[in-house]
Design a protein. Structure first.
Lengths: 82, 876
């Protein structure tokens, strides 16, 4: 089941310049020390697309973090009374 | 892979490590982009005096069609072993049989005898799990002396546990590829860069020994007025290494070089001509050559150094920079590239760039025009990916045609029909200059669909359309349309062959085969020739046999010996052999046909297979099994719509076998239920006669075959009439009219002589009929002897006796003479039959006696019968 977009924070070592940032238009960059953190809502496919781009550009991936929890759909069973 | 750029240092330790690794069966180099994998492989392969034969393949970026990779590997192996000139160049097929391809590669490797190393670069571009599974099979079954080196950016799910456990797997990883401080020093020295030790150490630290980083730095440092400052600034910057250094490097380039790099970055590969077009300036080739000489980021793809490719990492950065710096130019660049690729026949690139430019209708037309060719090139998956790239919601009717083609290849027949309907509804509204091409394409696909479904009823219109001569076609039309025309002829011929237009079928299939040969489409050629073999049923069997054998030989040369396309030839050949009495050989070909069948093979070939198998059983007296096969064939026949070439044959055999098993009641019932058209065919008349004979009513049998004898009943071919004569003969014999029986038998022999048919005699149980014929009254004594030999040979008694082999084989001429020995012809008469002198005959007979260790004529004949020499096939 492909969940709806979830907020991710992807930390790359080094400061990303304008050129490289243009490869991640859906994400907002912020510098944290020597790293750049890219934040934005991504569904599963988009997440792996971003990671593939990170690989292709030879970037140094430090961390991938999910900022919001998965919300389970109301029909997933725990709303029924026994 | 044998040019080593001068500025690449020879990384001796690393090369030694690779040498050690390659002693294992499989070496995997797994490291991120820019780690220096490809450079290492090139340096290793390009070392002067290196002893290995190397076959190199680089997996193309975003390669959807694994078949192209495998064909490239096959080619590379052939180049490495030097067999490239001898063999047929490997050709693609629309339907790809991956396991068969791997077998082919393995057998080429086994034949190669000796050390070969396969090098597969960019393995991470393999997009499908199935392709990886096939590769795993290859790697775990490499013949002795064959090694493989794989290079990839990330670890792949290749299940190589066995190799690992056996200690036959070596790995080289990112850490191994990192430049050491010493190597960094060497790189700087080799590039003539004057940097202090401290500076070198700083550089090494900042890049962490990453090859791409160091090389990019070296480019910028070469000729730099203040290397120490450069390194200090670089070291102090927080920017990512690649971005910083590529930006630096670009800045240092002359304007025209920078412009060229940016503008051509959107291509997968570039040559001087194309680059000139995109930059609007001449002289690009020189720039590209200089770039390659200066660094490892521009690489030539051919020995002549006409095509180049940028390192992926480099190209990706350039592309981003292009989009940032010159965004308004990008669509125009794509458009210009698309035009160039179209002019040069590189369709896939052309479509991709047209799509990238956002010209969706143009892309749709381009794709539709070339989808047949692309399918024949084995690029079905690529087509599918291109189709999926069109934005949803915008419907381009021409795409329906493309979709239908893909559906057909991949076996989704209902979807194909739906898409064809959409395409058809569009044709009227299409511009007039495109209408004819669209109609031809649609007609060809409709026929292909009809064939796959076995429904030939509704295709008369398409047949008529395609069969009509083409007038007033432009030169471009003809050129573009050759693939299409060849496919159309093939489908047309097939449909005609199966619905009784055999003469038209032969003509079209031959034309299709000739055209296919001319345009270099072996797959189509084999397909047409195989179907031509099947359609040769109205020809002498020798012709059919020859045609089938030609088709099979051509197929085998391409490694398609058990592919479904050759099944019609396989099963027809089996049939011909069975009809001429070579039962064992025929059975072998039937078995090969079964190998060639797949799940989605249409009912037509299966029917033929059952029919021929049934006939074979009947010949060997196994009537129960025969009935099973004929029943299966009859069930399939009812699935096939439309007038069908084999209908009356199948039914006839079924009824005949039922009669022989004594099931005359069922047979009569079935007979009564037949419609008039079928009941009136010669084959059914014959079946009726068999039923009558089984019921003990020879007079009724004679009445049943009267229409065939006087020529009013339609027959498939003369074979039916042979059977008719034999049945008449049997009936006459039962009625006591021996003279009429002999006459009928003689007529049967006369008809059967040309092809040396044995079958009709076997299945009608005509042994007694033939034996009752006085030998001196027949003009076909040799054939008679052959047939009797087969008939006797297939009795259980003969099978028990093992026969010792002859001392020496008889020559063809001796065999010819031998076949006259059972007759009552004297030697002068034999001589006159063979148009040779009596002395020649005497010499032959002497040799025959000697070789067969016989004293006289009758013992020679006896021995020949034991050795089955009399029935060894056509005397010609």
């Amino acid at each position: 089941m492909d969940p709806a977009p979830v907020l991710y924070a992807i930390r790359i070592h080094g400061h990303l310049g304008a050129t490289v940032l243009s490869a991640f238009p859906a994400l907002v960059p912020r510098h944290h020390g020597a790293d750049t953190v890219l934040t934005g809502p991504l569904d599963r496919s988009a997440l792996y697309g971003v990671l593939a781009e990170v690989e292709a550009l030879g970037l140094d991936l430090v961390e991938v973090r999910q900022l919001t929890q998965h919300r389970r759909s109301p029909r997933s069973g725990d709303s029924r009374s026994p | 892979m044998d040019r080593v750029t001068p500025r690449l240092i020879g990384r001796g330790d690393l090369l030694a490590a690779l040498d050690r690794a390659v002693t294992k069966k499989v070496t995997i180099i797994s490291a991120p982009a820019g780690s220096g994998k490809t450079s290492l492989l090139r340096a290793w392969a390009g070392r002067p005096g290196q002893p290995h034969r190397i076959a190199v393949v680089q997996v193309q970026r975003d390669q959807q069609d694994a078949q192209l990779f495998w064909l490239a590997l096959l080619d590379a192996i052939r180049q490495a072993t030097g067999t490239a000139s001898g063999a047929e160049p490997a050709a693609a097929t629309p339907e790809f049989n991956a396991p068969a391809m791997v077998d082919r590669v393995l057998s080429e490797l086994a034949d190669a005898r000796g050390d070969i190393t396969l090098v597969i670069d960019d393995l991470h571009e393999f997009t499908s799990a199935e392709a990886l599974a096939q590769l795993t099979r290859l790697l775990t079954n490499l013949p002795p002396g064959v090694h493989a080196i794989l290079s990839t950016r990330r670890d792949l799910p290749l299940r190589l546990h066995q190799l690992r456990l056996a200690g036959e797997l070596a790995e080289i990883r990112a850490a191994d590829l990192r430049f050491t401080e010493r190597e960094t020093r060497e790189l700087l020295d080799a590039s003539g860069i004057a940097l202090s030790d401290a500076g070198a150490e700083l550089l090494h630290q900042r890049t962490e020994g990453w090859a791409a980083g160091l090389r990019l730095a070296a480019i910028s440092l070469t000729g730099h007025p203040d290397p120490e400052r450069f390194v200090a600034e670089f070291s102090g910057s927080d920017r990512t290494v690649a971005e910083y250094l590529i930006a630096e490097m670009l800045e240092r380039q002359p304007e025209d070089v920078k412009d060229l790099l940016l503008r051509t970055s959107l291509l997968d590969r570039v040559n001087g001509d194309l680059a000139d077009l995109l930059t609007g300036r001449p002289g690009s080739e020189r720039i590209l050559l200089e770039l390659e000489d200066a660094n490892a980021f521009v690489v030539s793809l051919d020995p002549e150094r006409t095509w180049f490719r940028y390192h992926h990492l480099f190209a990706d950065m350039l592309r981003l920079e292009l989009r940032r710096a010159l965004p308004e130019e990008v669509p125009a660049l794509h458009r210009r590239a698309a035009e160039w690729f179209t002019e040069h026949g590189q369709v896939v690139d052309a479509v991709r760039h047209t799509q990238a430019a956002g010209d969706w209708p143009a892309a749709a037309r381009l794709l539709a025009d070339h989808s047949f060719s692309l399918t024949l090139d084995g690029q079905t998956q690529t087509i599918q990916a291109l189709v999926q790239a069109f934005p949803p919601g915008t419907d381009h009717p021409e795409l329906a045609l493309v979709r239908a083609g893909v559906d057909l290849v991949q076996g989704r027949l209902d979807e194909a029909a739906a898409h064809l309907a959409v395409a058809e509804s569009y044709v009227e509204a299409a511009p007039p200059d495109r209408q004819r091409r669209l109609r031809v394409a649609i007609a060809a696909l409709q026929l292909s669909l009809a064939r796959r479904r076995g429904r030939w009823a509704g295709v008369a219109e398409q047949v008529k359309f395609l069969a009509s001569p083409v007038a007033g076609q432009s030169g471009e039309d003809i050129a573009l349309g050759s693939d299409l025309r060849a496919v159309a002829l093939m489908n047309l011929g097939i449909v005609e062959a199966w619905s009784l237009g055999l003469e038209d079928a032969e003509r079209h299939l031959q034309e299709g085969a000739d055209l296919a040969r001319e345009i270099g489409r072996p797959y189509l050629e084999v397909s047409c020739l195989a179907q031509l073999g099947f359609a040769s049923k109205i020809r002498p069997f020798a012709t059919a046999r020859r045609r089938c054998q030609e088709a099979v030989a051509l197929a085998e040369r391409h490694g398609w010996g058990t592919e479904p396309i050759v099944a019609p030839a396989l099963v027809t050949l089996a049939g011909v052999l069975v009809w001429t009495g070579e039962f064992d050989e025929g059975e072998r070909w039937l078995q090969r046909t079964e190998l060639a069948l797949q799940e989605d093979t249409g009912p037509d070939i299966r029917l033929l297979l059952h029919l021929t198998a049934g006939i074979l059983h009947a010949c060997r007296g196994r009537h129960r099994q025969a009935l099973e096969e004929f029943s299966a064939a009859e069930r399939l026949r009812s699935e096939l719509e439309g007038s069908h070439a084999l209908a009356s044959q199948v039914t006839g055999w079924l009824l005949t076998t039922q009669a022989r098993l004594g099931m005359t009641g069922e047979a009569r019932a079935y007979l009564a239920a037949l419609d008039d058209e079928r009941a009136g065919s010669g084959e059914i008349h014959n079946a009726c006669a068999v039923i009558c004979l089984a019921e003990g009513d020879p007079a009724a049998a004679l009445r049943a075959v009267q229409d065939v004898l006087d020529g009013t009943a339609p027959v498939i071919g003369y074979v039916t009439v042979v059977v008719t004569y034999l049945l008449a003969g049997l009936a006459h014999r039962q009625l006591g009219d021996q003279r009429a029986a002999n006459q009928a038998a003689e007529r049967a022999l006369a008809l059967a002589e040309a092809d040396r048919l044995v079958l009709p005699f076997a299945i009608t149980g005509s042994a007694e009929l033939l034996e009752a014929m006085p030998r001196h009254e027949t003009a076909h004594a040799a054939l008679l002897a052959d047939i009797l030999d087969v008939l006797h040979g297939s009795s259980p008694a003969a099978k028990d006796r093992p026969s010792p082999p002859p001392a020496e084989e008889l020559s063809p001429t001796e065999l010819r003479v031998l076949r006259f020995l059972p007759t009552n012809l004297s030697r002068p008469e034999i001589a006159s039959e063979l148009s040779v002198s009596v002395n020649t005959v005497n010499t032959h007979v002497r040799n025959i006696y000697a070789k067969l260790q016989a004293r006289d004529r009758s013992s020679a004949v006896q021995r020949a019968r034991e050795l089955r020499l009399l029935s060894a096939g056509p005397a010609r």
